[in-house]
Design a binder for this molecule. Structure first.
Ligand SMILES: CC(C)(COP(=O)(O)OP(=O)(O)OC[C@H]1O[C@@H](n2cnc3c(N)ncnc32)[C@H](O)[C@@H]1OP(=O)(O)O)[C@@H](O)C(=O)NCCC(=O)NCCSC(=O)C[C@H](O)C(=O)O
Ligand SMILES: [Mg+2]
Length: 289
């Protein structure tokens, strides 16, 4: 099965030993081991060592691992890439999430990165929104775009408000770019770790937009996020109904049918099949990660 669930993608500070250990028990689909914003300049070298040792040592089960390296315009970038590539050779992390460099340039790959290492690119500036397709299509190794909504809000001089009206244009552009290139795209983080109602509403908004999942900053956000980004039982049942009704109609030579009063054509059947694929992949992955 080719679909990989990426409903919940948890950042953790690379210098935080406790978080790196705790992540082994959390039901997140993927983990981003951060060497960028959450690691203070004085702790960069230590964070890099910890993250690469953790990746090499393993114990993360099926969770997809990605290392977020410092931007190309920083003194840490080259060492981060080299260390991440070495950790990849030892255990093969699934990706390297590139920092500021990737969000400004439609360039993928990097010194020291083995050819098979997948790359996730942060998109978090106005120019990255405007060039999202160029970034997403830059390399086959680039598989995932990740929204950086904190940086985007900062660069836009926008405020964080419920409903995210100031960011909707950027979110849409990034989604268009990712989908036009056939790539996965993850929504940005929700900063108020105590406000689970607001968080869940933002997950729903992200899913309605078409995001594949959401990036998270706290373990308490994983459960609600997994639920919102998985097809519900009702959606799965409806998808089965759509496929069955369309197949019956097709056998009678018809290309269009109604289900619960709504028109169903080929494209709706494609979407129904996608929902069943997502559901099957999530079930196969299981919660006991
Ligand atoms: C936000 C936090 C600083 C809150 O920390 P804290 O107040 O210590 O949380 P708790 O006391 O509620 O923690 C409870 C237990 O959970 C563990 N924990 C907390 N966060 C994580 C985590 N991210 N991963 C793994 N484990 C975590 C604690 O260790 C506690 O465990 P225990 O000891 O067993 O009780 C903190 O949550 C945090 O640091 N979050 C991640 C911050 C981060 O990585 N930021 C960078 C990425 S966000 C970003 O920059 C996106 C983008 O670039 C943009 O522009 O938008
Ligand atoms: Mg950022």
């Amino acid at each position: 099965m080719s679909f990989v669930p990426r409903r919940s993608v948890l950042y953790m500070p690379g210098a935080n030993e406790r978080a790196l250990e705790k992540a082994k028990t959390l039901p997140a689909d993927a983990l981003i081991l951060d060497l960028e914003d959450s690691v203070a300049p004085d702790a960069k070298a230590d964070g890099r060592k910890r993250v690469c040792e953790a990746v090499g040592a393993g114990g993360y089960g099926r969770r997809e691992l990605t290392i977020r390296v410092n931007g190309i315009d920083t003194e840490w970038h080259a060492d981060d890439l080299r260390a991440a590539a070495e950790a990849g050779r030892r255990r093969r992390p699934q990706g390297q999430l590139r920092g500021r460099g990737a969000r400004h340039r439609a360039r993928a790959g990097g010194a020291g990165a083995p050819d098979t290492t997948k790359i996730w690119a942060m998109v978090e500036t106005p120019i990255a929104m405007l060039r999202a397709h160029e970034i997403a299509a830059a390399s086959e190794r680039l598989t995932v775009l990740v929204m950086g909504t904190n940086d985007l809000a900062k660069e836009l001089h926008a405020e964080h408000v419920p409903g995210r009206a100031p960011l909707l244009g950027g979110l849409s552009l990034a989604l268009l770019g990712a989908r036009a290139a056939g790539k996965v795209i993850l929504d940005g983080v929700y900063n108020d770790v105590k406000d689970l109602d607001g968080f869940t509403a933002e997950c729903r908004q992200g899913r309605e937009f078409g995001f594949d999942g959401k990036t998270l900053i706290h373990p308490g956000q994983i459960g609600p996020c997994n639920e919102v980004f998985a097809p519900s039982a009702a959606e799965v049942e409806h998808a089965r109904k759509v496929i069955a009704a369309f197949e019956e109609a097709a056998a009678e030579g018809r290309g269009v049918v109604t289900v619960d009063g709504r028109m169903i054509e080929n494209l709706h059947v494609d979407n129904a099949r996608r929902i069943l694929d997502v559901d099957a992949a999530i079930r196969a992955a299981g919660d006991g990660v």
